[in-house]
Design a binder for this molecule. Structure first.
Ligand SMILES: Nc1ncnc2c1ncn2[C@@H]1O[C@H](COP(=O)(O)OP(=O)(O)OP(=O)(O)O)[C@@H](O)[C@H]1O
Ligand SMILES: [Mg+2]
Length: 345
């Protein structure tokens, strides 16, 4: 049984004048204890909405459907009280931009003590000692907990945000773009910290980012999201070496390779609006190898190998034909440009 299982999660946001935006469109994935799983995709594809949805933290303008199971127990079905009993205790989250959202008028230590006391984990001196231990665990001297967030560097604030998320000893940590606003050296240190924590504490980690190579570095498995859906999921090795969705292939090609000398190419166009129904494959207008049927038929998920699945009509073609089609179109479509997604916190 998976530690976390998300089944057919949908989120709609109410817009004005009766319109709605279908931000998450049937997302399913599972996570085992201690596993590191990546959720990747361009800005606006629904990553944050997915994880806020499974934490029960979306605003009242959102409607949610689907199931979220923690240890086999459905947490959304029982309403707010049921989600609340799991939130932070079993499943915790580092918010996108969390390092800039620490309370400026409270000392850092207190910001870790507070959730502990609120959730009945510990209080008083014991909570303060535990909060100090957590700070040490994330690489901050316990004594620095007596300082205010503005006295911390960006990297230290992100470490403090991680310590806060761990205050109630969760089994699952959802980290939303935890390294985006940091410089490259600090990014590497924070990723190393998250990997270390997942190894040492047996913590299951969902790493949410627009940066596919970061996921390939940190996670054993990943799901690639596009326009509110997961379009490919599998072991990161398989996604890198044998992607079965053009978007995954193009995402890797659109990010500089640390060791390679291949030119970075852009993915032309932009993701579709999610406040309108999408016919056929949502990626078709930007795809470099689409088929006629992609215009009208929505591709279903199909198994591609052990734990590897993808939703792309190209996979119905014989392997050689598919490869030839991708190769031929790719040769003509490469254009130098920036990396995908804004990724701004
Ligand atoms: N509160 C809201 N009300 C209406 N629409 C929203 C709301 N929050 C998000 N959206 C929309 O839902 C879609 C998914 O947004 P989301 O923030 O989940 O994307 P994301 O993948 O996390 O992007 P980023 O990489 O920029 O963080 C977008 O079209 C966004 O505009
Ligand atoms: Mg986001």
């Amino acid at each position: 049984m998976s530690l976390l299982e998300v089944r057919e999660l949908h989120v709609w946001f109410d817009l004005q004048e009766g319109r709605e935006l279908h931000a998450v469109q049937g997302v399913s994935f599972g996570l085992d204890a201690g596993e590191r799983f990546g959720l990747v995709g361009e800005s606006g594809c629904g990553k944050t909405t997915t994880i806020l949805g499974l934490m029960g933290l979306l605003p009242p303008t959102a409607s949610v459907a689907g199931e979220v199971l923690v240890g086999g127990e459905s947490i959304l079905a029982g309403g707010e009280s049921s989600v609340r009993s799991h939130r932070w205790n079993d499943i915790a989250m580092i918010f996108q931009g969390a390092m800039n959202a620490l309370n400026p008028v409270k000392k850092v230590l207190w910001q870790i003590v507070e959730p502990m006391e609120l959730h009945g984990i510990a209080d008083g001196t014991q909570a303060r000692r535990m909060a100090g231990d957590l700070l040490e665990m994330v690489g901050i001297p316990a004594s620095a907990g007596e300082r205010y967030p503005h006295e911390f560097s960006g990297g230290m604030r992100q470490r403090a945000a991680i310590a806060m998320a761990l205050a109630c000893q969760p089994k699952i940590l959802l980290a939303d773009e935890p390294t985006t606003a940091l410089d490259v050296m600090v990014q590497a240190q924070i990723l190393e910290l998250l990997v270390g924590l997942s190894n040492d504490l047996g913590l299951a980690l969902v790493l949410v980012t627009h940066d596919l190579p970061v996921v390939a570095q940190v996670c054993e498995r990943a799901a690639v999201m596009y326009a509110g859906e997961i379009v490919e999921e599998g072991p990161t090795e398989a996604l890198y070496h044998a992607p079965r969705h053009p978007y995954t292939r193009l995402l890797f090609a659109a990010t500089p390779d640390l060791y390679g000398d291949e030119a970075v190419v852009s993915i032309p166009g932009a993701p579709p609006r999610l406040d309108r129904a999408i016919e056929g494959c949502a990626f078709r207008p930007r795809c470099d190898s689409s088929l006629d049927r992609c215009e009208s038929e929505h591709p279903e998920f199909r198994a591609m190998g052990a734990g590897h699945r993808a939703a792309c009509h190209l996979n119905d073609l014989p392997g050689e034909e598919r490869a030839a089609r991708e190769g031929a179109r790719r040769a003509g479509s490469a254009a130098p440009a920036a990396t995908p997604g804004g990724g701004a916190p």
